[in-house]
Design a protein around this ligand. Structure first.
Ligand code: DC
Length: 208
């Protein structure tokens, strides 16, 4: 069984994805971490995010055993990830791993931007998780505050809007709702309510 969760930054898809995976006993992959890992490797080496050759080489040799590095959660790494994600060769280099991951038994939940549209077009369940930019900025700001990061909510909103524009506007595998995906708007929902809606959709599709 493959469950695809796509959506913009801070929509809640990451938390939802892990909860669904735990509930059904499935593997879980936050595919944003792959793009973040490429960006972090470039930043660590003081290379430019637009250095296509280096980004592709790093994507091809990515160590997927190190996706738990806390530095991957940094705000600058998230921004960098969105920049390297525009490079088609980087996306192509990360595709095989994502498809391999999705094919594991007994199944997997993958969250990202292009899971339903490109990585797993045959996913059993497709959910597009979204929320207003303001609600997402509020959540991300709280998260940053809990990690001691100094940023105002207005600054976080600005970053979110810029990221939305970059992720939705790129030519290769842009962020968009797949025709077969249900829309889950979490603006007014807490994680428990969002989880209930997602499980309802999964039940409707696969009967459990
Ligand atoms: O979900 P996230 O914020 O960790 O993702 C970081 C960036 O990685 C995001 O802005 C765009 C890119 N990304 C992507 O292009 N495709 C994916 N499937 C996942 C993330």
């Amino acid at each position: 069984m493959i469950i695809a969760l796509d959506g913009p930054a801070a929509s809640g898809k990451g938390t939802l994805s892990k909860r669904i995976a735990a509930h059904y006993g499935l593997h879980s992959l936050d595919t944003g971490l792959l793009y973040r890992a490429v960006a972090l490797s470039l930043l660590d080496r003081r290379l430019k995010l637009h250095d296509v050759w280096a980004a592709v080489a790093l994507a091809r040799t990515l160590d997927t055993a190190r996706l738990d590095d806390p530095d991957l959660r940094r705000a600058d790494v998230g921004e960098g990830a969105s920049v390297v994600a525009k490079i088609p060769e980087v996306r192509a280099a990360l595709l095989a791993y994502q498809r391999w991951f999705a094919g594991q038994s007994p199944g997997a939940v993958l969250d990202g931007r292009d899971i339903a549209t490109v990585v797993c077009p045959n996913a059993d369940v497709k959910i597009f998780v979204t929320a207003t930019p303001e609600a997402r900025a509020k959540r991300r700001h709280l998260e940053y505050q809990s990690r001691g990061l100094e940023m105002t909510e207005a600054e976080v909103l600005e970053l979110i809007l810029a990221r939305d524009a970059r992720d939705s506007g790129r030519a290769d595998a842009p962020l968009k709702q797949d025709g077969g995906a249900i829309l889950l708007d979490t603006t007014e929902l807490d994680i428990d309510a969002a989880f209930d809606v997602a499980v309802g959709e999964i039940k409707r599709k696969i009967g459990r």
